[in-house]
Design a protein around this ligand. Structure first.
Ligand code: URA
Length: 188
C-alpha cells in the first residue's frame, strides 16, 4: 500500500506512542513543499508550536525566516519538520524513547519527500541523523553523503537567539546549502 502525506498526518494527529501525547496541546507535523529539495529537521516543537500545531512559529521561527531570506529562500520552497512531533515540557531535550517512538514519522516524511539535502538544525537532530558524536560547534557546515542524500547541520535558531554571534555562521552555512542544492540540481 502506498503511504500518503495525509496518512502520516492522521497518524501523527492521533499518536499515543509516548507520554508526551497526553500533555501536548497539538501535535506538530512537518510543513512546506512536498516537492522540496531541502528538508530541515529540528528537535521538537516549542511552546508556541504546541499551541498552534505549526513548526517554527515562535521567536526561533523569526530567526529561521531571517536565515532563509538572507539566502534567497522562503518556507514555501523547503520542507521543515522535527524529530519529535510533540512538545517536551519546559523545552527539555527529547528522551531517547521519545525519539525512537517518533522516528517512523520522520522516516515516512523523508521517504515521501525524497529530498536532495537534509539540514539538521542543532545538536539533537545532528546527533540523531548524522552521527551520535556530532559536535555542532566544530562540525556545522560540513557534509556527509548517504544513500541519495547530502546531509549537513547548522546551529538551531534557538541557540542563535541565545547567542546572536552565531547568526553569521548559520547564514554562511545556509548560503552554502543553497549553492550545493543548485549544483545537485544541474547534475540531474
Ligand atoms: N524549535 C524546534 O526545534 N522546532 C520547532 O518547531 C520550533 C522550535
Amino acid at each position: 500500500m502506498q503511504v500518503t502525506w495525509n496518512d502520516i498526518k492522521q497518524h501523527v494527529d492521533s499518536c499515543t506512542q509516548c507520554p508526551l501525547s497526553r500533555i501536548r496541546q497539538r501535535p506538530v507535523m512537518g510543513r512546506g513543499s512536498d516537492h522540496a529539495d531541502l528538508m530541515l529537521i529540528a528537535e521538537a516543537p516549542g511552546g508556541d508550536e504546541d499551541a498552534q500545531g505549526v513548526p517554527f512559529v515562535g521567536r526561533s521561527g523569526e530567526i529561521l525566516d531571517g536565515l532563509l531570506r538572507d539566502c534567497g529562500l522562503s518556507r514555501e520552497q523547503i520542507y521543515i519538520t522535527n524529530i519529535l512531533k510533540c512538545h517536551p515540557p519546559g523545552n527539555r531535550d527529547p528522551k531517547e524513547e521519545e525519539k525512537d517512538a517518533c522516528f517512523p514519522y520522520l522516516k515516512y516524511e523523508t521517504f515521501l519527500l525524497k529530498p536532495k539535502i537534509i539540514v539538521c538544525l542543532g545538536r539533537v537532530a545532528a546527533q540523531r541523523i548524522i552521527s551520535p558524536d556530532f559536535k555542532i560547534t566544530r562540525q556545522h557546515g560540513t557534509w556527509t553523503y548517504r544513500k541519495n542524500y547530502a546531509l549537513t547541520a547548522t546551529y538551531h535558531p534557538s541557540a542563535i537567539l541565545r547567542d546572536l554571534s552565531k547568526y553569521e555562521a548559520a547564514r554562511q552555512d545556509f548560503c552554502e546549502i543553497v549553492k550545493k542544492s543548485s549544483k545537485l540540481k544541474t547534475k540531474n
